[in-house]
Design a binder for this molecule. Structure first.
Ligand SMILES: Nc1ncnc2c1ncn2[C@@H]1O[C@H](COP(=O)(O)OP(=O)(O)OP(=O)(O)O)[C@@H](O)[C@H]1O
Length: 279
């Protein structure tokens, strides 16, 4: 269980990127984080593993407040936070297998890590994960010879080899074509379910968020302005998150209060349907 409590971030420039974020992420839940550019999505994800230092509030992972940990405690805690990046962050000249094994660097000792020597069980598990993400034929290929989708699969296998409790996923599909983007989102969400992992996925594509996440949190100007099921992303909600726009099929049908007058936002013609294409 990940609990974020009153999290704030003020950058040295004075930008108030997060203004008191509170949310709980139960074990096994996949949450999509949406919101306009500059809303604070990346800052939130990066505060959780302290790539960005929070200014205030608490972030508890299984009861431990990550904001209070010193370097050794933080190193241990980060093993449980698997990070998947938009730009993959692979070691270009190393092989697929070596890249995946780098997910264990937080576990092995200094010399083993410096010499990149990993126990056989880590190698076996890395191979199993590469099979699972469909890259068993690419084990010895160099990272710089892979396509974007293949690179992201390496990133996913590397994060999972860490044996994390939570996946922090920062725009995983931003550099991918629409079909590959869906395949990667499907893979991440399936693996999270198989392994009982929670995931926070920062994603720009509302249709993908709706198709694959069970919960959506909308950020605007560093505050949560929506937290609910993807089916509730109506025109009014999308406008609250992103501002005025013709949402067309991105929006769910407006909901009306039962037994009463139509909601104010539903009184005018609004866009209908659209929960994205079937998986
Ligand atoms: N290193 C930094 N120094 C100063 N301000 C920053 C820094 N990083 C982000 N910000 C500011 O913090 C706010 C939130 O930025 P953040 O990158 O978290 O938003 P985002 O929702 O992830 O945006 P995008 O979708 O464009 O990636 C913005 O106003 C941004 O300018």
């Amino acid at each position: 269980m990940l609990e974020i409590d009153g999290l704030t971030k003020i950058y040295p420039t004075g930008d108030r990127a997060l203004q008191g974020i509170t949310l709980q992420l139960p074990r096994g839940q996949v949450l999509a984080l949406i919101g306009p550019s500059g809303a604070g999505k990346s800052t939130l994800i990066r505060c959780v593993n302290r790539l960005v230092e929070p200014s205030g509030g608490a972030i508890r992972l299984n009861g431990t407040d990550l904001t209070r940990l010193g370097p050794a405690g933080l190193r241990r805690a980060r093993r449980k936070l698997g990070m998947i990046f938009q730009e993959y962050a692979l070691l270009e000249r190393l092989t697929v297998m070596e890249n995946v094994l780098s997910g264990r660097l937080g576990y092995v000792g200094f010399w083993a890590s410096a010499l990149r020597r990993f126990p056989q069980r880590d190698v076996d598990e890395a191979f199993r994960l590469l099979q699972r993400v469909g890259l068993e034929a690419f084990v010895d290929k160099r990272a710089d010879a892979l396509s974007g989708g293949q690179r992201q699969r390496v990133g996913i296998a590397r994060a999972l080899l860490q044996d994390p409790d939570v996946l922090l996923v920062d725009e995983p599909t931003a550099s991918l074509d629409p079909k590959t983007a869906r395949q990667i989102m499907r893979l991440i969400t399936e693996l999270a379910k198989e392994r009982g992992l929670s995931a926070i996925i920062n994603i720009h594509d509302v249709a993908l968020a709706k198709a694959f996440a069970e919960r959506v949190v909308g950020l605007r100007s560093g505050e949560i302005v929506f937290d609910g099921a993807p089916e509730r992303l109506s025109t009014a909600v999308l406008t609250r998150i992103y501002g005025e726009e013709d949402w067309g099929e991105a929006a769910a049908p407006e909901t009306r209060p039962t037994g009463g007058a139509p909601a104010a936002t539903a009184a005018r013609p609004v866009a209908t349907v659209g929960s994205g294409a079937p998986r």
